[in-house]
Design a protein around this ligand. Structure first.
Ligand code: NDP
Length: 233
Protein backbone atom coordinates (compact mmCIF):
# COMPACT_ATOMS: atom_id res chain seq x y z
CA UNK A 1 0.00 0.00 0.00
CA UNK A 2 1.46 3.36 -1.02
CA UNK A 3 0.45 6.13 1.36
CA UNK A 4 0.90 9.89 1.26
CA UNK A 5 3.52 10.65 3.92
CA UNK A 6 4.72 14.08 5.02
CA UNK A 7 7.81 14.54 7.19
CA UNK A 8 8.48 18.05 8.48
CA UNK A 9 12.17 18.91 8.55
CA UNK A 10 12.80 15.91 6.32
CA UNK A 11 15.63 17.54 4.41
CA UNK A 12 18.31 16.36 6.85
CA UNK A 13 19.04 14.50 10.08
CA UNK A 14 16.45 12.26 11.69
CA UNK A 15 13.70 13.57 9.40
CA UNK A 16 15.63 12.60 6.27
CA UNK A 17 16.22 9.07 7.58
CA UNK A 18 12.49 8.79 8.32
CA UNK A 19 11.59 10.03 4.84
CA UNK A 20 14.00 7.58 3.20
CA UNK A 21 12.64 4.67 5.26
CA UNK A 22 9.08 5.39 4.10
CA UNK A 23 10.23 5.84 0.49
CA UNK A 24 12.08 2.50 0.61
CA UNK A 25 8.88 0.70 1.56
CA UNK A 26 7.05 2.27 -1.39
CA UNK A 27 5.18 5.18 0.16
CA UNK A 28 4.74 8.56 -1.55
CA UNK A 29 6.93 10.77 0.57
CA UNK A 30 7.03 14.56 0.84
CA UNK A 31 9.36 16.51 3.07
CA UNK A 32 9.43 20.12 4.18
CA UNK A 33 12.54 22.25 3.96
CA UNK A 34 13.25 25.90 4.63
CA UNK A 35 15.10 26.68 1.41
CA UNK A 36 17.66 23.88 1.10
CA UNK A 37 15.58 22.13 -1.55
CA UNK A 38 14.60 18.48 -1.50
CA UNK A 39 17.12 15.65 -1.18
CA UNK A 40 17.36 13.53 -4.31
CA UNK A 41 14.38 11.28 -4.91
CA UNK A 42 12.06 13.04 -2.46
CA UNK A 43 9.29 15.54 -3.14
CA UNK A 44 10.00 18.75 -1.25
CA UNK A 45 7.82 21.66 -0.20
CA UNK A 46 9.13 24.83 1.36
CA UNK A 47 7.66 25.42 4.81
CA UNK A 48 8.54 27.08 8.06
CA UNK A 49 6.28 25.48 10.67
CA UNK A 50 6.14 28.72 12.67
CA UNK A 51 3.98 30.22 9.89
CA UNK A 52 0.44 28.82 9.56
CA UNK A 53 0.06 30.20 6.02
CA UNK A 54 3.21 28.36 4.90
CA UNK A 55 1.94 25.18 6.55
CA UNK A 56 -1.35 25.48 4.69
CA UNK A 57 0.37 26.10 1.37
CA UNK A 58 2.78 23.20 1.87
CA UNK A 59 -0.07 20.78 2.60
CA UNK A 60 -1.93 22.00 -0.51
CA UNK A 61 1.17 21.29 -2.62
CA UNK A 62 1.52 17.80 -1.12
CA UNK A 63 -2.19 17.12 -1.68
CA UNK A 64 -1.88 18.11 -5.34
CA UNK A 65 1.12 15.82 -5.82
CA UNK A 66 0.34 12.79 -3.62
CA UNK A 67 -3.21 13.23 -2.28
CA UNK A 68 -4.17 14.10 1.32
CA UNK A 69 -1.54 13.38 3.94
CA UNK A 70 -2.24 9.99 5.53
CA UNK A 71 0.93 9.73 7.63
CA UNK A 72 2.22 12.89 9.28
CA UNK A 73 5.60 12.92 10.99
CA UNK A 74 6.08 16.12 12.96
CA UNK A 75 9.85 16.17 13.26
CA UNK A 76 11.01 19.75 12.68
CA UNK A 77 12.69 21.15 15.76
CA UNK A 78 15.32 23.47 17.14
CA UNK A 79 17.37 23.93 20.28
CA UNK A 80 18.51 27.17 21.88
CA UNK A 81 20.29 25.98 25.02
CA UNK A 82 20.96 28.38 27.87
CA UNK A 83 20.59 28.15 31.63
CA UNK A 84 17.31 29.43 33.09
CA UNK A 85 18.66 32.59 34.66
CA UNK A 86 20.01 33.71 31.30
CA UNK A 87 17.16 32.35 29.14
CA UNK A 88 15.27 35.22 27.53
CA UNK A 89 11.55 35.04 27.01
CA UNK A 90 12.28 35.34 23.30
CA UNK A 91 14.40 32.18 23.42
CA UNK A 92 11.72 30.27 25.31
CA UNK A 93 8.95 31.39 22.98
CA UNK A 94 10.99 30.75 19.82
CA UNK A 95 11.70 27.13 20.74
CA UNK A 96 8.13 26.43 21.85
CA UNK A 97 6.78 28.08 18.68
CA UNK A 98 8.87 25.84 16.40
CA UNK A 99 8.73 22.57 18.34
CA UNK A 100 5.29 22.59 19.96
CA UNK A 101 3.06 25.15 18.27
CA UNK A 102 4.55 24.02 14.94
CA UNK A 103 3.41 20.48 15.69
CA UNK A 104 -0.08 21.73 16.54
CA UNK A 105 -0.18 23.65 13.23
CA UNK A 106 0.71 20.65 11.08
CA UNK A 107 -1.48 18.23 13.06
CA UNK A 108 -4.48 20.53 12.73
CA UNK A 109 -3.93 20.92 8.99
CA UNK A 110 -3.54 17.16 8.53
CA UNK A 111 -6.54 16.17 10.65
CA UNK A 112 -9.34 17.14 8.25
CA UNK A 113 -7.99 14.93 5.44
CA UNK A 114 -7.50 12.03 7.83
CA UNK A 115 -11.03 12.45 9.19
CA UNK A 116 -12.47 12.36 5.67
CA UNK A 117 -10.49 9.22 4.93
CA UNK A 118 -11.24 7.75 8.35
CA UNK A 119 -7.63 6.70 8.61
CA UNK A 120 -4.47 8.45 9.65
CA UNK A 121 -1.23 8.25 11.56
CA UNK A 122 0.38 11.15 13.38
CA UNK A 123 3.82 10.68 14.87
CA UNK A 124 5.46 13.39 16.93
CA UNK A 125 9.23 13.42 17.45
CA UNK A 126 9.76 14.43 21.06
CA UNK A 127 12.90 13.77 23.12
CA UNK A 128 14.03 11.86 26.18
CA UNK A 129 14.53 15.24 27.88
CA UNK A 130 10.81 16.02 27.55
CA UNK A 131 10.27 13.71 30.50
CA UNK A 132 13.64 13.76 32.25
CA UNK A 133 14.44 17.47 31.85
CA UNK A 134 17.91 18.75 31.07
CA UNK A 135 19.93 21.62 32.49
CA UNK A 136 20.07 24.40 29.90
CA UNK A 137 17.00 23.14 28.08
CA UNK A 138 14.00 24.58 29.93
CA UNK A 139 12.60 25.82 26.61
CA UNK A 140 13.34 22.65 24.64
CA UNK A 141 12.21 20.19 27.34
CA UNK A 142 8.97 22.13 27.82
CA UNK A 143 8.26 21.98 24.10
CA UNK A 144 9.00 18.25 23.94
CA UNK A 145 6.92 17.43 27.04
CA UNK A 146 4.06 19.38 25.48
CA UNK A 147 4.03 17.04 22.51
CA UNK A 148 2.88 14.22 24.78
CA UNK A 149 -0.21 16.23 25.74
CA UNK A 150 -0.83 17.11 22.11
CA UNK A 151 -0.59 13.50 20.93
CA UNK A 152 -2.66 12.05 23.76
CA UNK A 153 -5.42 14.62 23.30
CA UNK A 154 -5.54 13.92 19.57
CA UNK A 155 -5.63 10.19 20.35
CA UNK A 156 -8.71 10.78 22.50
CA UNK A 157 -10.38 13.10 19.97
CA UNK A 158 -9.76 11.06 16.83
CA UNK A 159 -9.06 7.51 17.99
CA UNK A 160 -12.52 6.28 17.03
CA UNK A 161 -11.85 7.20 13.37
CA UNK A 162 -8.80 4.95 12.91
CA UNK A 163 -6.47 7.85 13.52
CA UNK A 164 -3.59 7.30 15.92
CA UNK A 165 -1.27 9.88 17.44
CA UNK A 166 1.93 8.63 19.03
CA UNK A 167 5.19 10.07 20.28
CA UNK A 168 8.76 8.92 19.71
CA UNK A 169 11.28 9.93 22.36
CA UNK A 170 14.77 9.68 20.91
CA UNK A 171 17.79 9.79 23.14
CA UNK A 172 21.17 10.98 21.90
CA UNK A 173 21.20 10.59 18.10
CA UNK A 174 24.14 11.59 15.89
CA UNK A 175 22.99 14.54 13.75
CA UNK A 176 23.87 18.21 13.15
CA UNK A 177 21.83 19.03 16.28
CA UNK A 178 24.06 17.00 18.60
CA UNK A 179 27.32 17.71 16.75
CA UNK A 180 27.47 21.12 18.48
CA UNK A 181 26.80 19.84 21.99
CA UNK A 182 29.33 20.39 24.74
CA UNK A 183 31.73 17.52 25.44
CA UNK A 184 30.30 17.33 28.97
CA UNK A 185 26.92 16.36 27.53
CA UNK A 186 28.45 13.82 25.16
CA UNK A 187 30.26 12.29 28.12
CA UNK A 188 26.86 11.42 29.59
CA UNK A 189 26.70 8.66 26.98
CA UNK A 190 28.74 6.44 29.29
CA UNK A 191 25.65 6.24 31.53
CA UNK A 192 23.43 5.08 28.66
CA UNK A 193 22.97 1.31 28.78
CA UNK A 194 23.76 1.07 25.05
CA UNK A 195 27.05 2.98 25.67
CA UNK A 196 26.75 4.71 22.31
CA UNK A 197 24.80 7.33 20.42
CA UNK A 198 21.84 6.23 18.33
CA UNK A 199 21.62 6.32 14.55
CA UNK A 200 18.97 8.20 12.62
CA UNK A 201 17.92 4.92 10.99
CA UNK A 202 17.13 3.48 14.42
CA UNK A 203 14.61 6.28 15.02
CA UNK A 204 13.21 5.87 11.51
CA UNK A 205 12.53 2.15 12.08
CA UNK A 206 10.33 2.96 15.08
CA UNK A 207 8.46 5.62 13.12
CA UNK A 208 7.66 3.36 10.17
CA UNK A 209 6.46 0.71 12.61
CA UNK A 210 4.10 3.16 14.32
CA UNK A 211 2.68 3.99 10.89
CA UNK A 212 2.27 0.32 9.95
CA UNK A 213 -0.86 -1.82 10.14
CA UNK A 214 0.89 -3.79 12.87
CA UNK A 215 0.66 -0.74 15.16
CA UNK A 216 -3.03 -0.05 14.51
CA UNK A 217 -3.94 -0.55 18.21
CA UNK A 218 -1.08 1.60 19.54
CA UNK A 219 -2.42 5.06 20.35
CA UNK A 220 -1.21 7.83 22.65
CA UNK A 221 2.00 5.91 23.33
CA UNK A 222 5.39 7.39 24.09
CA UNK A 223 8.00 5.10 22.55
CA UNK A 224 11.59 5.69 23.66
CA UNK A 225 14.37 5.09 21.12
CA UNK A 226 17.20 5.95 23.44
CA UNK A 227 19.38 2.94 24.14
CA UNK A 228 17.84 2.80 27.62
CA UNK A 229 18.80 6.37 28.54
CA UNK A 230 15.41 7.38 29.95
CA UNK A 231 14.24 4.16 31.56
CA UNK A 232 11.75 4.67 34.35
CA UNK A 233 9.68 7.45 32.82
P1 NDP B 1 18.66 18.75 12.85
O1 NDP B 1 19.09 20.01 13.51
O2 NDP B 1 19.66 17.90 12.15
O3 NDP B 1 17.44 19.03 11.86
C1 NDP B 1 16.35 19.81 12.28
C2 NDP B 1 15.34 19.84 11.17
O4 NDP B 1 14.21 20.63 11.60
C3 NDP B 1 15.88 20.49 9.90
O5 NDP B 1 15.31 19.86 8.80
C4 NDP B 1 15.37 21.91 10.03
O6 NDP B 1 15.23 22.58 8.78
C5 NDP B 1 14.00 21.65 10.63
N1 NDP B 1 13.42 22.84 11.23
C6 NDP B 1 13.86 23.52 12.31
N2 NDP B 1 13.06 24.56 12.56
C7 NDP B 1 12.09 24.55 11.62
C8 NDP B 1 10.98 25.36 11.34
N3 NDP B 1 10.66 26.44 12.06
N4 NDP B 1 10.19 25.03 10.29
C9 NDP B 1 10.47 23.96 9.52
N5 NDP B 1 11.52 23.16 9.72
C10 NDP B 1 12.31 23.45 10.76
O7 NDP B 1 17.96 17.92 14.02
P2 NDP B 1 17.74 16.37 14.25
O8 NDP B 1 17.56 15.66 12.97
O9 NDP B 1 18.74 15.91 15.23
O10 NDP B 1 16.33 16.43 15.03
C11 NDP B 1 15.10 16.13 14.44
C12 NDP B 1 14.05 16.10 15.54
O11 NDP B 1 14.42 15.12 16.49
C13 NDP B 1 13.93 17.41 16.29
O12 NDP B 1 12.59 17.65 16.63
C14 NDP B 1 14.75 17.16 17.55
O13 NDP B 1 14.33 17.94 18.60
C15 NDP B 1 14.47 15.69 17.78
N6 NDP B 1 15.45 15.01 18.60
C16 NDP B 1 16.77 14.92 18.23
C17 NDP B 1 17.67 14.27 19.02
C18 NDP B 1 19.11 14.12 18.67
O14 NDP B 1 19.87 13.61 19.52
N7 NDP B 1 19.56 14.51 17.49
C19 NDP B 1 17.26 13.67 20.30
C20 NDP B 1 15.87 13.81 20.59
C21 NDP B 1 15.02 14.44 19.76
P3 NDP B 1 16.47 23.42 8.16
O15 NDP B 1 17.33 22.42 7.44
O16 NDP B 1 15.80 24.37 7.26
O17 NDP B 1 17.18 24.08 9.30
Amino acid sequence: MSRSVLVTGGNRGIGLAIARAFAEQGDKVAITHRGSGAPEGLFGVQCDVTDAAQVDRAFSEVEAQHGPVEVLVSNAGIVDDVLLLRMSEESFTKVVDANLTGAYRVAKRAASGMLKKRWGRMIFISSVVGLSGQAGQVNYAASKAGLVGVARSIARELGSRNITANVISPGFIETDMTAHLAESLKEQLVTVPARRAGKTEEVAAAVTWLASDGASYVNGAVLPVDGGMGMGH
